[in-house]
Design a protein around this ligand. Structure first.
Ligand SMILES: Nc1ncnc2c1ncn2[C@@H]1O[C@H](COP(=O)(O)OP(=O)(O)O)[C@@H](O)[C@H]1O
Ligand SMILES: [Mg+2]
Length: 772
């Protein structure tokens, strides 16, 4: 009789063998079923889909796209023995931009393109080379998602979500730096109907159970049944969702990945949601990601997830105008070629690029006398363009002045041609050890004196009452004007004396004999007669409190309190010097920066006007560059814009919004400027600018200009030419290489020794005068 143990052992062995064979069979079959997937992946195309910023197509259009893509399903017996084709939908953040891609087998390209364009008629679908997110040093974090409950239970869809779910995903991606990258990859492949049958079964079983009073538990709500019914009513796809992040450190990569998972939380409904899939082998996960393979095995806690067309559209669709994330790459604006009459020599602005034809776009010296105006949202390349223009002028030995409230001057210093180093006056108010003097009361003629007084009044409005609400009124204007003119009666007086005049009646009395202007004298005698104590009036209190801060601030006092300016603007202009005015707001404070800019600009304009004493053809061209022009634009500017041409003061100004300028200045700019360069702008400015650039470019085009590209409306030999586009893109690393920090150092040192004064000396002088 055989040993019972032997029999048990034998049966056990047989069982094991059967199991092993079945397992082997499963593996072999799986590999057999997935044969050819590499060929499919290699023979695929990557399509980039760009939509215009003004895209209004709603999410349900994408649902239609997915529903019709279900037609790629292989039917019949084939589906059992081969894999279903898959299509990848990807949201990719890299190099500071967010893009939307579709990856599909080449044979499906036409279909995919047609479906996308059917739903998004304005979309541009272009085949592009494969992108790469990996770098040598970058750290990678990755994750895959699957449904947490049965496939027939729905996640939350766009129909239940109050806002476009794409916006939380894109805003997470927008937080990635230029050196970081992320991909959200959604692979779909038509599912067979088993999941729908399961769903129907679930519904019928539940209904049957609930109708049986003995078994009813009422654990499943009617709402659930309805949700399941809805989900299974639409075509389903097996999906594989992966997220990969590359960043400088593992912590950062994990953080971004966590944020992406966080954004996926919004899809959680009471029925279903996403959880992580287990990743057992990193290398094969990466291979699946790169080849866009659906996972071959769904074992050990992993299982296929099925989403219907509505759910897929919720997770992936192309952005529409409700998505305000700044980094999304929208469809480029229109381009137009530069007319052949536009010169290729002169001040170089950028390249005209149109249908493969490239040519230089320049402005001649003569046409520059009608000024250049640059507008564009922040980060579009305005300051960089100013910088490039200034460098050209410097190389050509021209005289320039640059007023900069940011850090462009500092970027410019190391690039200055060494042969011009001696011409540079680097005015840096933050250098408190050797302050340069700037006496804003220096005026020779009566006209100049009035001009100075007016410019200070304009400054007051700009700084303290920009909307003209009446804070600064006529009484106030009158007071300031007379105080200014009184102070100017004696040479060497400064802004400090202006404030003293307003606070100290004895001082005013002392000065009065020197005042020759009868109107000014009358003012004081009247004031003193009328208000017994004029110097205690409210108007003056207010004025002094406003002006006072510029005089009490040590840095400012040591500049505007010096009797003699460190340099003459007229000489700077006539001798073609390079005056760089560094008003970095960060160091000076916003108000001081604006104050200095606001007194400097009119001084330069005044110096230009003083060229009246020289015949027009002998006036040397001088170029005034102002960045963030709106900070310094007062009505003086409006007046001068029309006249500057004859004084050979050629302006080149940049600012962010037209809305930042007063009506008067705005009209002067658009009425007088010969060359307007528009980078991408916002909605309100686009509508204003559209008429300048019509009929070639539309409002929409202005909203969509690619960064570092611009539209130009210029004149050639004083005649307007049709608008065209330019590309100013440069290799910034090349420019970085040209920087010479030593030159910057030498220029700073030379300039502060030559034009600055020792702070002790300055303070002693001011103290002496204050005791007068
Ligand atoms: N023409 C260009 N080519 C390449 N990069 C540029 C170009 N212009 C600007 N950049 C880069 O873009 C960023 C923003 O440019 P910037 O000129 O400061 O913009 P804006 O003054 O309009 O705010 C800078 O970091 C600069 O290096
Ligand atoms: Mg700028």
């Amino acid at each position: 009789m055989p040993d019972i143990n032997f029999i048990v052992g034998f049966i056990f062995l047989l069982g094991f063998l059967a199991f092993f064979l079945a397992f082997l069979g499963f593996i072999v079959f799986t590999f057999f079923r997935w044969r050819g997937r590499e060929k499919d992946s290699v023979d695929s195309v990557l399509l980039r889909v760009l939509v215009p910023r003004t895209n209004e197509v709603k999410i349900d259009a994408m649902e239609q796209v997915f529903a019709s893509l279900f037609s790629i399903k292989k039917g019949g017996w084939k589906q059992k023995f081969s894999f279903q084709p898959s299509i990848g939908f990807e949201i990719v953040a890299r190099e500071g931009y967010i893009n939307f891609y579709v990856f599909c087998p080449s044979r499906l390209k036409d279909l995919v393109e047609k479906q996308i364009n059917g739903a998004y008629p304005d979309a541009e679908v272009v085949e592009v080379p494969e992108y790469n997110i990996f770098t040598d040093t970058g750290k990678v974090a990755y994750k895959a998602f699957q449904l947490r409950a049965e496939n027939y239970k729905p996640i939350k869809t766009f129909k239940d979500l109050p806002v476009d779910p794409l916006s939380s995903i894109t805003s997470v991606l927008a937080k990635m730096g230029e050196k970081e990258a992320a991909v959200i990859q959604i692979l779909i492949s038509p599912a067979d109907s088993k999941w729908q049958k399961d769903g129907s079964h679930f519904i019928s079983e539940t209904k049957k159970r609930e109708s049986d009073p003995e078994k009813a538990k009422f654990s499943v709500s009617g709402k659930t049944l309805e949700a399941v019914e809805n989900k299974i009513g639409k075509p389903g796809f097996e999906v594989s969702i992966r997220a990969i992040v590359v960043s400088e450190s593992s912590e950062l990569a994990k953080m971004h990945l966590g944020n992406i998972s966080g954004a996926f939380e919004q899809f959680s409904s009471e029925f279903n949601g996403f959880k992580s899939r287990k990743i057992y082998h990193k290398a094969s996960f990466m291979e699946d990601f790169l080849y866009r393979y659906m996972p071959m095995f769904n074992i050990l806690g992993n299982r296929p997830s099925i989403l219907n067309s509505e759910e897929l559209a919720t997770i992936f669709h192309f952005p529409n105008r409700s998505i305000t994330t700044p980094n999304i790459q929208w469809l480029n604006a229109k381009r137009a070629p530069a007319p052949s009459i536009v010169p290729e020599e002169g001040l170089f602005l950028g390249m005209s690029v149109f249908r493969g034809i490239k040519r230089r776009v320049c402005v001649s010296d003569d046409d520059r006398r009608r000024h250049i105006y640059i507008i564009g949202a922040t980060g579009t390349g305005k300051s960089e363009l100013l910088k490039q223009m200034m460098l050209q002028d410097m190389k050509e030995g021209k005289g320039i002045c640059f007023i900069d409230p940011h850090d462009t001057v500092r970027q410019l210093l190391p690039l200055i041609p060494p042969e011009r180093a001696e011409d540079v006056i680097y005015f840096n108010p933050a250098d408190t050890e050797r302050p340069m003097g700037l006496n804003l009361l220096e005026a020779k003629t009566e006209d100049e004196k009035h001009f100075v007084a007016t410019s200070v009044i304009n400054l007051m409005y700009k700084l303290f009452d920009p909307y003209k609400t009446g804070i600064v009124g006529p009484r106030f204007e009158h007071g300031v004007r007379n105080a200014m003119l009184t102070a100017m009666a004696e040479e060497g007086n400064t802004f400090i004396e202006v404030v003293r005049i307003m606070t100290d009646s004895r001082f005013t009395q002392e000065l009065l004999p020197k005042v020759t202007d009868p109107m000014v004298r009358r003012y004081w005698t009247d004031q003193i007669a009328q208000t017994a104590d004029f110097h205690k009036s409210e108007v003056l209190d207010y004025t002094v409190s406003k002006f006072g801060r510029f005089v009490t601030n040590r840095m400012m006092r040591n500049i505007i309190g010096q009797s003699k300016s460190s340099f003459s603007f007229r000489k700077v202009m006539d001798e073609g010097k390079i005056l760089l005015i560094d008003l970095a707001k960060g160091e000076l404070g916003e108000e001081n920066s604006s104050f200095l800019g606001l007194i400097l600009v009119p001084r330069i304009l005044m110096a230009a006007m003083s060229r009246q004493d020289t015949p027009e053809e002998k006036r040397r061209d001088f170029y005034l560059y102002v960045d963030e022009f709106q900070n310094f634009a007062t009505p003086d500017f409006a007046v001068i814009l029309s006249e500057a041409r004859k004084y050979r003061l050629n302006l080149c100004v940049a600012n962010q919004f037209i809305g930042q300028m007063e009506e008067e200045v705005k009209n002067a700019v658009f009425g007088n400027v010969g060359t307007k360069i528009a980078f991408r702008v916002g909605v309100s400015d686009a509508s204003y600018l559209a008429r300048e650039f019509a009929p070639v470019f539309s409002e929409e085009d202005l909203l969509n200009i690619e960064r570092f590209n611009a539209f130009v409306k210029t004149i050639v030999r004083n005649e307007p030419v049709p608008p065209f586009s330019i590309d100013t893109t440069k290799d910034m690393s090349e420019i970085k290489k040209q920087e010479n920090p030593k030159v910057a150092q030498i220029i700073k040192e030379m300039s502060r020794l030559k034009y600055g004064r020792d702070v002790r000396e300055v303070e002693a002088e001011i103290a002496r005068r204050a005791k007068l």
